[in-house]
Design a protein around this ligand. Structure first.
Ligand code: MN
Length: 131
């Protein structure tokens, strides 16, 4: 059996953090949460998660900005960043890909399919042409 996937989830909303933490822990992932962009950036200074779930709408520093900063870190080269947002505005998907995300999951998440979605992103790895 392969090692437990380590997920970093950056999300300002406490209820979302609790829900996703419970769900992913129960599904066999190891999950670390960060309460905002700077908190997430601090975590990745010394850690290399297998996948990063990135809330887009956050105060102070939005998920696009955090993603752009993380994409400047060579040790995260193989780590997919998946945007997670309720924002359905046209162009959001393109904007997240342009920032360096490798995929997009729309909120509200489906508890039935969310773990499988993450496994699919883990299996696929990074997009070869993020833009
Ligand atoms: Mn948010």
């Amino acid at each position: 059996m392969s090692k437990t996937p380590v997920i970093l989830y950056i999300e300002d909303n406490l209820e979302n953090r609790k829900l996703v933490s419970r769900l992913l822990t129960a599904s066999g992932f190891e999950i670390h949460t960060a309460v905002d962009g700077p908190d997430g950036l601090t975590y990745v200074q010394e850690q290399t998660p297998d996948l990063i779930l990135m809330d887009i709408s956050m105060p102070a520093m939005d998920g696009y900005t955090v993603t752009t900063k993380m994409r400047q870190l060579p040790h995260l080269d193989q780590t997919p960043i998946i945007a997670l947002t309720a924002n359905v505005m046209k162009g959001d998907r393109e904007r997240s890909l342009k920032a360096g995300c490798d995929g997009y999951i729309q909120k509200p998440i489906s508890v039935d399919t969310f773990p499988a979605q993450l496994n699919a992103f883990l299996a696929r790895g990074r997009l070869s042409s993020p833009t």
